[in-house]
Write a protein that binds this ligand. Structure first.
Ligand SMILES: Nc1ncnc2c1ncn2[C@@H]1O[C@H](COP(=O)(O)OP(=O)(O)OP(=O)(O)O)[C@@H](O)[C@H]1O
Length: 266
């Protein structure tokens, strides 16, 4: 389990993340949602160890994050940041193989092909990474983190994804969320920041709603993604139509031109 307690992160005395506590359980997808600037990526970076918080602590499997050596941490958690820059002319396959570096020699050679076939990037393997489209680059970066944790292990591990599908078309977004469903069943806790409320409602087990650096609401997706909670967090009219085993949950956001009408009919 990843357990973060009372995370407090300030920049020049401005609280960016304010006393946030979060638990990530293996087998579950936890999605962080919230408006721009809410502090989602900052909390994500504290959880991944990319930045250190002044107060609070982060435990991976009961051990403080700062007590792990980088090489040990790489065995149990993989991180896909929002933006990745590469300054060398790598092929696509070489970029994916960067994910194997922390594993030393403890991986199967066929993992790279298996993952790249899953993410539909195998046909791009010899291409120059720098010329790919935004969505293709995102799939390659996802492959890079997936190869790091693809093989089953007997201990809990963690996959942290900051907006992994933001440049993808709708079919690929669902495809990636389906890959996440598969990977979480390998004793892996997945954390993802998403902006798409419908993806979150239909795939997340747990949801964390953030606003102004605060965790406003958190809990099981259905209980947390209610219209009133979402409207409070996003300051915008939202309707939620709950799905069942045959139909997806559908979340409507109201166009500006219809907001007045909605208020009149309410
Ligand atoms: N290094 C930094 N220096 C100054 N301000 C920062 C820094 N990093 C983050 N911030 C500020 O902290 C706030 C939260 O940023 P963060 O990136 O965590 O938000 P977010 O919820 O991920 O937003 P988005 O949805 O737009 O990605 C923003 O107002 C941002 O300007």
């Amino acid at each position: 389990m990843l357990q973060a307690t009372d995370i407090h992160f300030c920049i020049q005395n401005r609280p960016i993340v304010n006393k946030a506590s979060i638990k990530l359980l293996p087998g579950e997808l936890t999605v962080i949602l919230g408006p721009n600037g809410a502090g989602k990526s900052s909390l994500f970076k504290v959880l991944s160890g990319d930045i250190q918080c002044r107060h609070g602590n982060v435990l991976y499997n009961g051990k403080t994050l700062s007590a792990y050596k980088t090489s040990q941490l790489a065995q149990i958690r993989a991180v896909m940041p929002q933006h990745s820059t590469l300054s060398f002319p790598f092929t696509v396959q070489e970029v994916v193989e960067l994910g194997l570096l922390p594993l030393k020699n403890d991986f199967k050679q066929e993992t790279v092909r298996e993952v790249m076939e899953e993410t539909q990037t195998w046909h791009l393997r010899d291409c120059d990474y720098s010329v790919l489209s935004g969505g293709e680059k995102q799939r390659v970066q996802l492959s890079r983190v997936l190869v790091q944790i693809w093989e089953k292990k007997p201990y809990p591990r963690f996959l942290l994804l900051d907006e992994p599908t933001s440049s993808m078309d709708i079919a690929l977004q669902h495809h990636v969320l389906a890959i996440i469903q598969k990977i979480k069943s390998r004793n892996i806790a997945v954390l993802a920041i998403l902006h798409d409320l419908n993806l979150a409602a239909n795939y997340a087990d747990q949801v964390v709603l953030m606003k102004n650096g605060n965790v406003m609401f958190q809990g099981p997706a259905r209980k947390t993604m209610t219209a009133s909670k979402l409207m409070e967090v996003f300051d915008h009219p939202i309707s939620v139509f709950e799905g069942d085993s045959h139909r997806p949950t559908v979340i409507h956001t109201v166009p500006f031109s219809q907001i007045d009408q909605q208020i009149k009919h309410a």
